[in-house]
Ligand binder design. Structure first.
Ligand SMILES: C[C@H](O)[C@H](O)[C@H]1CNC2=NC(N)=NC(=O)C2=N1
Length: 112
């Protein structure tokens, strides 16, 4: 049986293009391992909610730390108590497993 930990325990592989993006079928299969994410326009996204700005920014900084470690970076839109996170793999203008690995890692982060 697969669960969120399978993805969250993987590491991103460097991607500089030259490989095809995931097919819709592959992407939909990986979506089953995530909770609360949406897939649209070749991106996966989720809005995280917090009690206040301090907690929002702590999350943003922790996401930045994971992004640096994994060398894979989301777009984030930050407001007082919300952070909207979008992942896509720019190098291939589509989705790769890296997007799902990072999404699973930050879901884990949100729960701790
Ligand atoms: C070599 C390394 O994997 C690339 O430069 C990374 C850096 N971070 C990245 N982040 C995202 N979201 N997409 C990319 O294609 C990407 N490329």
């Amino acid at each position: 049986m697969t669960n969120i930990c399978d993805l969250a325990n993987k590491q991103c592989k460097p991607c500089e293009g030259g490989v095809p993006p995931l097919s819709m079928e592959e992407a939909n299969k990986l979506m089953q391992q995530l909770e609360g994410w949406s897939l649209a326009n070749n991106k996966i996204s989720k809005t995280f909610e917090f009690k206040n700005y301090y907690q929002t920014m702590a999350f943003v900084n922790a996401v930045a730390w994971i992004s640096h470690r994994e060398d894979h970076h989301p777009d984030m839109a930050v407001s007082y108590n919300k952070c909207h996170v979008e992942y896509m793999t720019h190098a291939i203008n589509g989705l790769s497993e890296n997007d799902f690995i990072c999404a699973a890692k930050i879901d884990w982060l949100f729960k701790i």
